[in-house]
Design a binder for this molecule. Structure first.
Ligand code: O7M
Length: 211
């Protein structure tokens, strides 16, 4: 089973497609975020799917009223995204507006230092929201594996944990998986490397060995 998600945070369409082509053998999915969508346009989602033949996660971290979330997510699912990432702090009506259109992933806790200011203190509420809404998965920080364990212990069975913060942000892929994550999200450590395919292969093997 593949557990690696490539965070393809580059601007250029050609570069994105090339990295996707080189690394796809080792990926469960590709995650696109604002940098690539702003740089290459929404059509890059379909092109990436055709090139890499893996699921596509649109990480827009939607955080708006239900109607606006619905308007944005509608376009993104139509463009070929298999999953859309939403913030939970806007409340369950905003999350459900997206879930009515397709699979969602809810941000429960983030990986950067500032996450301790506002998001971490409300993580329990966001976990409860996820348990009620039953998304495909939630986001939890690889930079704090103990928080992955905590979130896993409170999360309803079947909800996946996807974890960013590995490599460039200092987290360990193996420790994140051991703490209870299902999928590990890696960006710069792969796409900024001289040999993205080899880097992706190494992460894939590390993740295989961790189970
Ligand atoms: O490996 P990196 O640090 O280059 O990239 C990590 C990716 O994960 C990048 O696309 C971030 O926007 C994203 N991310 C975080 O780094 N931290 C978070 O808390 C949440 C995300 C994310 O994917 O949220 C859905």
């Amino acid at each position: 089973m593949k557990r690696l998600v490539l965070a393809l945070d580059v601007y250029e369409r050609e570069r994105a497609l090339e990295i996707a082509r080189e690394t796809s053998d080792y990926l469960w999915a590709i995650k696109v975020n604002w940098p690539l969508i702003l740089g290459a346009g929404l059509d890059v989602i379909k092109e990436l799917k055709e090139t890499a033949n893996v699921p596509l996660i649109a990480d827009l971290k939607l955080a708006d009223i239900p109607n606006t979330n619905r308007l944005i997510a509608g376009k993104v699912f139509e463009a070929g995204a298999d999953y859309v990432i939403v913030h939970g702090f806007t409340g369950r009506d905003s999350v459900n507006a997206v879930k009515e259109l397709g699979e969602v992933i809810i941000v429960v806790e983030m990986s950067h230092p500032g996450a301790e200011e506002f998001i971490q203190p409300v993580a329990d509420g966001l976990i409860k929201l996820a348990n009620d809404v039953r998304p495909f998965g939630v986001i939890a920080p690889a930079t704090r594996p103990e928080r992955i364990s905590y979130i896993r212990s409170k999360l309803r069975d079947g909800i996946k944990i996807l974890t960013p913060g590995v490599g460039a942000q200092g987290g360990s892929a193996k420790k994140a998986l051991e703490a209870g994550a299902d999928y590990v999200i890696v960006g710069r450590s792969i796409y900024e490397s001289k040999n993205p395919r080899e880097k992706a292969r190494k992460f894939h093997e590390e993740l295989m060995g961790a189970i």
